[in-house]
Design a protein around this ligand. Structure first.
Ligand code: ATP
Length: 306
């Protein structure tokens, strides 16, 4: 009997492993971008949240030995506030979000949440406290409802619908013939970049994490989509400690502090009007972006008139 039992037991084991593997596919994507040396300390404790207040203290970081990426970055995000990180491509903006999520460890300095160094807490508790809305959301080949519910698998249908509405994607979903049961992803309905990002926002609304990290898509959006996404982001970041890797004017205007990163260092910091007055790198960047947006709007208006 044992001869039959053992292989059967093995099949059960393999089945469970595969199923676990499939549900962990998003985790796997994250792992691909993670340093294999990141492990919990033997005495790691779960993160205890009071604020949460995020601090970067004189953070230095390099992916490769000979190329420093962050060179002494310090800032604090008070509880419930929003900080926007802007700067030229390659300045190290996304690296900040990776260090907060502890995909990598700092070379020196520290990243803390409510005074706890992220290296001293369990990765599990750290990551369940952070909601990430990435630039490009990978959707599962499943229904829209499934993709939103992924944020909290025990959410009810009504909660899924509410999250979708708050993320400004509810009306769109409800207008589809199959509504929330519409298959999406590779083999289903192809959603635009802006729609996918709103699905990710709905997912994060369901997860309701105390900390939020948004990596905005660089791609240009039309004014209406930008406005929709902005109100979705306002809904999700309200009263949450938020770090936005920002590419759009509408996000930074409302940020409590803007950090302008250049070449791994903070070149300027402050609120939008103060930074515009300084007439430095920030003012240059946003004037250029505004001109580009205006030119694009003009082009659209001309095309619409034809
Ligand atoms: P963008 O606005 O273009 O997204 P960014 O400011 O977010 O740029 P980062 O993604 O933080 O820039 O990258 C900063 C630098 O680190 C870049 O020069 C990049 O090539 C380098 N870099 C990023 N990831 C890795 C990695 N895994 N290994 C080695 N170098 C990396």
């Amino acid at each position: 009997l044992m001869q039959i039992y053992r292989p059967l037991n093995m099949i059960g084991f393999v089945y469970r492993e595969i199923r676990q593997g499939l549900t962990d596919i998003e985790e796997m994507f994250k792992l691909l971008d993670q340093d294999p040396e990141i492990v919990d300390k033997p005495d790691a404790r779960p993160l205890a949240i009071t604020g949460p207040v995020i601090r970067f203290d004189d953070v230095h970081f390099q992916y490769d030995h000979d190329r420093p990426i962050l060179k002494g970055v310090s800032f604090e995000v008070p509880a419930g506030k929003t900080i926007a990180v802007v700067g030229p491509s390659g300045a190290g903006k996304s690296t900040i979000s990776r260090l907060l999520y502890r995909f990598y460890d700092v070379s020196s300095g520290a990243v803390t949440i409510d005074g706890q160094d992220v290296r001293d807490i369990t990765q599990n508790s750290l990551r369940s406290a952070i909601g990430m809305v990435p630039q490009d959301t990978v959707l599962f080949n499943d229904t829209i409802a499934y993709n939103i519910r992924y944020g909290r698998p025990d959410a009810t249908d009504e909660e899924v619908r509410q999250a979708a509405r708050m993320a400004q994607i509810g009306e769109f979903i409800e207008s589809l013939p199959r509504g929330y049961d519409t298959p999406v992803g590779e083999r289903g309905l192809k959603l635009s970049g802006g729609e996918k990002q709103r699905v990710a926002i709905a997912r994060t609304i369901l997860k309701a994490p105390p900390i939020l990290v948004l990596d905005e898509a660089t791609s240009a959006l039309d004014t209406k989509t930008e406005r929709d996404i902005q109100s979705a982001l306002d809904a999700v970041s309200k009263n949450r400690t938020t770090v936005v890797i920002a590419h759009r004017l509408s996000t930074v205007i409302n940020a409590d502090e803007i950090i302008v990163l250049r070449d791994g260092q903070i070149a300027e910091r402050g609120r939008h009007p103060d930074l515009l007055m300084r007439d430095g790198l920030y003012a240059q960047m946003w004037n250029r972006q505004r001109e580009a947006t205006e030119a694009e709007e003009h082009l659209r208006a001309v095309q619409a008139d034809k």
